[in-house]
Design a protein around this ligand. Sequence first.
Ligand code: NAP
Length: 230
Amino acid sequence: MKTVLITGANKGIGYEVARHLAGKGFHVFIGARNQDAGRKAADKIAKGGGKATFLEIDVSDNASVTAAAREFAKAADHLDVLVNNAGIIVDGDSAILEISDDLFRNTLETNTLGVLRVTRAFAPLLRKSKGPRVINVSSGGGQLTGGADGWAPAYCISKTALNGVTSQLATALPKFAVNAVCPGWVRTDMGGQGATRSVEEGADTIVWLASDAPQDLTGRFLRDRKEIPW
Ligand SMILES: NC(=O)c1ccc[n+]([C@@H]2O[C@H](COP(=O)([O-])OP(=O)(O)OC[C@H]3O[C@@H](n4cnc5c(N)ncnc54)[C@H](OP(=O)(O)O)[C@@H]3O)[C@@H](O)[C@H]2O)c1
């Protein structure tokens, strides 16, 4: 049975990706830092007929991430797909010169370093897969092409750096497919109810990369299943 771990899967885009991949026959590991929310999400998927297991993981905390990898290894002997989805936005509309060091550091800790540390901790389990895939949920806000529009600078820079992490990982892990995805502007707690896309639309490219995309598609930044500029 194929296995997938999705971080931040208790709600939003992460939950939607989990639900779809469970429907495609994956054993889904619901990564969440909040035990109650994570268990509830896993139960909901199980009630819908999917195979889902809650895995406690706070991506901003090394000890939590290494403990999660140990826990995972008790339940499954390999990981096929890692979806690094957990993310935060804390700087709203502050301008670049107004954000504090702490705010910047916290954002990078989760959105950028969090992805690297989860990938590092789970790489040995991914190496046991026949076709390992890593999908990093980034944002068009991180694109450098065309210049920044000044919105949520710490968040956007954390995604620019995440794109750098993605490209580096794709080179370092030649047998893996490692890609970054922009889900578009999606109606979640983060995106708000005025966003243009449903969670289903936001999840689509991630689900495709996890399942049907060619294994040799790697080192790219994608939206709507198509490559976009970094
Ligand atoms: N929504 C959009 O318009 C949009 C656009 C572009 C990119 N994205 C990206 O898509 C991803 C998912 O966003 P979303 O819209 O689904 O947001 P969301 O509804 O706010 O969900 C974010 C998820 O990340 C989890 N999370 C945050 N920090 C974490 C940590 N340290 N450890 C573990 N989990 C953590 C949250 O857990 P809690 O419930 O415990 O807080 C939650 O499950 C993010 O990477 C985001 O940057 C979203």
